[in-house]
Design a protein around this ligand. Structure first.
Ligand code: FEO
Length: 170
């Protein structure tokens, strides 16, 4: 039986992950519109990963006898005003999501819910990777973004990203 507060936070995270997917789909659309198709591809795959995260939370709740309550997903709240600022916002958003995962972990820890902590371990690691990836994009853009040839190469590199299903199976 999952503690009510932990269950509530897990349920809220379903919405947060779907919102992340929505936000990153908006990033993707923005880049395609700028003809930076590689960046568009990178964020389209990121959006797919966020949907996967949402579904993992739904599944975990379901595995514990809880029906996920689906709330409205907000429209993307960030006005996109440049290729660089999108990457900065991506990093900020991942740092925010990490803080949410840590909050759930904290709640699970406080009631000795070891099962939920173990489930969240995967997300703690995943967030570390996602923050690193987002930070790398920011740094690469700072290095290469102003030079058209280098930006083209970076766009090609990001265009090569392919979707991989999450390693966590519930
Ligand atoms: Fe699912 Fe990137 O947080």
């Amino acid at each position: 039986m999952i503690d009510a507060r932990v269950a509530e936070l897990l349920n809220q995270q379903v919405n947060k992950e779907f919102y992340s997917a929505y936000l990153y789909l908006d990033f993707s659309n923005y880049y395609y519109d700028l003809n930076l198709d590689g960046f568009g591809n990178w964020y389209r795959i990121q959006a797919q990963e966020e949907r996967d995260h949402a579904m993992l939370f739904v599944q975990y709740l379901q595995n514990n006898g809880i029906r996920a309550k689906l709330e409205a997903i907000d429209k993307p709240a960030i006005e996109l005003t440049g290729a660089k600022m999108v990457l900065d916002e991506g990093l900020k958003h991942e740092q925010y999501v990490t803080s949410l995962i840590h909050d759930i972990y904290d709640a699970a820890y406080s009631v000795k819910d070891f099962r939920t902590m173990q489930f969240l371990d995967w997300f703690v690691k995943e967030q570390g990777e996602e923050e690193t990836n987002a930070d790398n994009l920011v740094k690469k853009f700072a290095l290469f973004g102003d030079d058209p040839k280098s930006l083209y190469m970076l766009d090609q590199e990001l265009g090569a990203r392919v979707y991989a299903a999450p390693s966590l199976v519930l």
